[in-house]
Design a protein around this ligand. Structure first.
Ligand code: CMC
Length: 392
């Protein structure tokens, strides 16, 4: 313990707690790469599962590897019937992120055979179970909130098609998969798949460093993601756009409230710890927002407010001086809304996107001989040693 070397670094702005070969970010240049591949190339040419394989195993899969991975995941989509009952014990008003985290935590009680972090086969099967079951849990949280019956997974469909059917299908009529939605959602999920040592991924690594099981680690990561400064920002953006109520003067009034640092008022979906010029994910999302709304024939006044807000902020010294730009969460909510997801599901979609990254990072830490139990230092600010008051 080298206490002499401790220095105060709130928010770990300068401290690397790990080494990693998964994701590269250059915040000044707006570069994001997974295993060396540019995020825009992956978003354009790849699929969620292909990128998941890349993140977890280090290389793009061959067609045979991808087909086998896809098949394994399809075979593990079912939830234990008892776990389905778990949702009945929760109020329908529960936030879907809380349901998601609780259900992932509960997975560890069903799969006690695969909890040992030192057993590569256990880690492998847990990886498949998580990737297969998280979207089903997410869709059940959605169905629970809107009071509809849970759909069974349909393994004749692709990963994203199945997820859409689980969310929007009913037993009343056949579900028609819309290819526009499938492509757009696949792309959004890819953009979220990893982002090096953000708060939720660091949480996953920290919990994992105690040799807690992978379900416990991911469940903790979901909680970390739920905060409005992290993944919860996508939900907060839509609420903010709704609260602004109209364009023009209301947008300007809102900007003034942000600049005056009114308690609890921030321009949600703006700013990033790492990106100080632009967020490369936000660029792709902004293009998608235009395309998807056009393809779906949806015109949403909130998109106009978002555009106006972005323009006003980018032209304002307050935001320019602080290098605040739209991040990935600024436009995603408008797209999710157009797809039909309720606002409270937005961060759940982020979690499904981020899952492969959490798994890859957990596995990397789990096999890195340099990993030690996470245990930050502190700078003590309390009283010095003092004698016990004998008069007591
Ligand atoms: N609106 C208004 N002011 C802001 C904002 C914002 N969105 N973000 C930062 N600032 C100000 C902040 O008040 C500070 O001002 P000053 O220097 O006068 O005190 C300055 O900019 C620097 O901000 P910071 O809080 O030191 O920056 P950070 O790196 O610690 O925080 C952040 C990064 C993302 C938490 C922050 O920008 C923020 O709260 N943004 C809004 C929430 C959001 O959109 N989060 C999603 C992030 S992207 C998705 C993900 O990966 O999670």
């Amino acid at each position: 313990r080298q206490t002499g070397l401790t220095f105060y670094d709130p928010g770990f702005v300068n401290t690397a707690a790990t080494r990693s070969a998964i994701t590269y970010i250059d915040g000044d240049a707006g570069i994001l790469r997974y295993r060396g591949y540019d995020i825009a190339d992956l978003a354009k040419n790849s699929t969620y599962l292909e990128v998941a394989w890349l993140l977890i195993y280090g290389e793009l899969p061959t067609p045979a590897e991808l087909a086998e991975f896809d098949e394994k995941i399809r075979r593990h989509t079912l939830l234990h019937e008892d776990l389905k009952q778990f949702f009945s014990a929760l109020p329908h008003t529960a936030h879907p992120m809380s349901m998601l985290s609780a259900a992932v935590s509960a997975l560890s009680t069903y799969y006690e055979d695969s909890l040992d972090p030192h057993d590569p086969e256990a880690v492998e099967i847990s990886t498949i179970r998580l990737l297969a079951k998280l979207p089903v849990i997410a869709a059940y949280a959605h169905k629970k909130a809107i009071g509809q019956a849970f759909m069974f997974p349909d393994n004749s469909l692709s990963f994203v098609e199945n997820f859409l059917k689980l969310n929007f299908g009913t037993f009343a009529e056949p579900y028609e998969v819309n290819p526009v939605l499938v492509q757009a959602l696949d792309r959004l999920l890819i953009l979220h798949e990893d982002h090096e040592q953000n708060a939720s991924t660091s949480t996953v690594r920290l919990v994992g460093s105690t040799e807690a099981n992978i379900f416990a680690s991911i469940s903790a990561g979901i909680h970390a993601l739920s905060g409005p400064l992290h993944g919860g920002a996508n939900e907060a953006v839509l609420n903010m756009l709704g609260d602004i109520r109209g364009s023009g003067e209301s947008v300007q009034k809102f900007i003034e409230r942000v600049k005056n640092k009114e308690r609890g008022v921030k321009l949600m979906g703006f700013g990033h710890r790492v990106y100080k010029n632009f967020d490369p994910r936000a660029r792709v999302v902004k293009e998608s927002a235009d395309e998807v709304l056009k393809d779906l024939g949806v015109s949403d006044p909130l998109l106009d407010i978002a555009r106006e807000l972005e323009q006003a902020a980018l032209a304002d010294d307050y935001f320019v001086e602080r290098k605040l730009y739209p991040n990935i969460d600024f436009y995603t909510g408008v797209i999710y809304k157009a797809m039909g997801f309720p606002t409270r599901m937005f961060t759940v979609l982020f979690a499904i996107g981020r899952l492969p990254g959490w798994i890859a990072q957990w596995r990397e830490a789990n096999t890195d001989p340099g990993t030690k139990i996470g245990r930050p230092q502190q700078v003590y600010t309390g009283p010095p040693a003092r004698p016990w008051p004998t008069s007591r």
